[in-house]
Ligand binder design. Sequence first.
Ligand code: NDP
Length: 293
Amino acid sequence: MNSARNAVTVIGLGPMGRAMAAALLDRGYAVTVWNRTASRAGDLVTRGATLAQSPADAVAANEVAIISLTDYAAVDAVLEPATQALDGRVLINLTSATPEEARAGAHWAAGHGAVQLTGGVNSSPTGIGQPESYAFYGGPRETFDRHRPVLEALTGRVDHKGEDPGLAALHYQIGMAVFWTSLLSFWQAIALARANGLTAADILPSTAETANSLSETFAFYAERIDAGVHLGDVDRLAMGLASAEHVLHTSADAGVDTVLPAAVVDLFRRGVAAGRGADSCSALVELMAKPGK
Ligand code: NDP
């Protein structure tokens, strides 16, 4: 095993794993890689990476292995045959997971003598290695501190959220809850634009302006929601329902998919039916939250 600080293994060479291995090579790390489809390692090997013949060889090569796979089913498929190599290893697992999966993964790794630091990467592959990119971690603080230089080679900013290996996954999935619905809302907007003879480029300025204004809107509501305030002084849920119905009907009239706007209308209707029509749209949080939380 190579426990040198400048030698790392990367398992999983999708867009993310490839970007990570490349960023490590850029910074002078000796990188061992493994991927189910070996051909994806081509460029990295040309640049000096070593292609391991099996996951066990890849894990055995270095103290630290970065895992970047599609999901934890893939992690199980890759690491189960490599258990004999895990003792004494640090797994920096950046694979998307639920908090429960991340906790179970860390527990499983510990059972084979390995420490898992679970990460959530808040950056696209093009941002990897850039100073503004960001990732958060859950797991032993000592492991996070000791391997911080490797983590900072992947993303310029790193944050330790706590000892619980599920925390990084939780923060990551909270971010994804915003990301996927936001991106889908943009796809919905483009579908609606195209049905009306407009292109994505035509609507980019106005939709980007709306998206840019959201961080201020989030900050405004976050303070009120944490204080339990849902005053209808700025916006009323009944107004929100009427507005959401306009989006739904405009989509239906244009013949585009209505699943997304219909789900939005459904939530607003439930809010009005619950007697919150005169309150702020933020009152929907109380409907969506776990009772008592
Ligand atoms: P991909 O799903 O494109 O690829 C990940 C790797 O998983 C591939 O190397 C693939 O191997 C491997 N894999 C999948 N299933 C199996 C299996 N059953 N056995 C062995 N290997 C398997 O993911 P990305 O590279 O895009 O992302 C990696 C992780 O990072 C994901 O969890 C993702 O959610 C997260 N992430 C991705 C971002 C992005 O923008 N791409 C942004 C932030 C986080 P093969 O090449 O053989 O198919």
